[in-house]
Design a protein around this ligand. Structure first.
Ligand code: ADP
Ligand code: MG
Length: 248
């Protein structure tokens, strides 16, 4: 079976620093693939290389078997990559529905000032509403973003990533700043979304990761240290030393 998204030998240097070094990875629909690792391991850089925010210094990205390494973000978004950011892209003064419509319309463009007006005009309302329903935010579509709880903001980010109808979802710390109760709801949403998406989850919370991931990739210093099912990663002495030791 062709992977929905496949990275081969991805490398990205910033000056003398190899933030991502020779990372290969395959994402399939129906699989929740989590990437963990200490701060600075290169997780967000990897997501940026997959979505097209960053160009690699080496290696390739394939989307549905097609080489998209040279493609910009918007083209990969049209090709089926949806993504959320560690730093939220939500426009605070807009409503939940407006933000989601904007994301559907922007299709990978970072929403800018000129797009704020567009959000209030004609836009893909049906796609936006479908994404909000999936994220459980339907009843809040007219709420202004500033009035949302942390958990609802994270849900909105996911809805915005869903708004273009992606096959691949790249989620960078979607549970950041969320309490245990909302975290549990988010985790079960992620699990459910992984049934019909290829889902890459970057996440700090180990309890969540071990509960929902089918496959784990452990990154340290830009490299893949270990990969496998949760039980094996949990039992790995190398992972414990390199990462879980850090976290403790
Ligand atoms: P993580 O998401 O795992 O915490 P990042 O991918 O954000 O790690 O960062 C990996 C390394 O690359 C870090 O040392 C970080 O400082 C560096 N880095 C990330 N983005 C840039 C950038 N735009 N310019 C220079 N260095 C960067
Ligand atoms: Mg990060």
């Amino acid at each position: 079976m062709t992977a929905a998204l496949e990275a081969t030998g991805l490398t990205r240097r910033f000056g003398g620093l190899a933030a991502v070094s020779d990372v290969s990875l395959a994402l399939s629909v129906g699989e929740l693939h989590a990437v963990i690792g200490p701060n600075g391991a290169g997780k967000s850089t990897l997501a940026n290389l997959l979505s097209g925010e960053l160009a690699p210094s080496g290696g390739a990205v394939r989307l549905g078997g097609q080489d998209v390494t040279g493609w910009p973000v918007w083209r990969r978004a049209l090709g089926g990559i949806g993504r959320s950011f560690q730093k939220a892209n939500i426009l605070q003064e807009l409503t939940v529905l407006e933000n989601t419509r904007l994301a559907a319309q922007a299709r990978g463009f970072t929403p800018g000032r000129w797009l704020r007006r567009a959000a209030r005009e004609a836009g893909p309302v049906s796609e936006a509403r479908a994404a909000l329903a999936r994220a459980g935010l339907g009843p809040w579509e007219d709420a202004v973003a500033t009035t949302l709880s942390h958990g609802q903001l994270r849900l909105l980010e996911i809805a915005m990533a869903l708004a273009t109808g992606p096959r691949v979802l790249l989620l960078d710390e979607p549970l950041a700043g969320v309490g245990p109760e909302e975290g549990e709801r988010l985790a079960s949403l992620l699990k459910e979304l992984s049934r019909d998406h290829a889902l890459l989850l970057i996440e700090h919370d180990m309890d969540v990761v071990f509960a929902v991931a089918d496959t784990l990739t452990v990154m340290v210093d830009g490299r893949v240290l270990e990969r496998g099912p949760p039980a094996r990663i949990r039992a790995s002495a190398a992972v414990r030393d390199a990462y879980l030791g850090h976290a403790a």
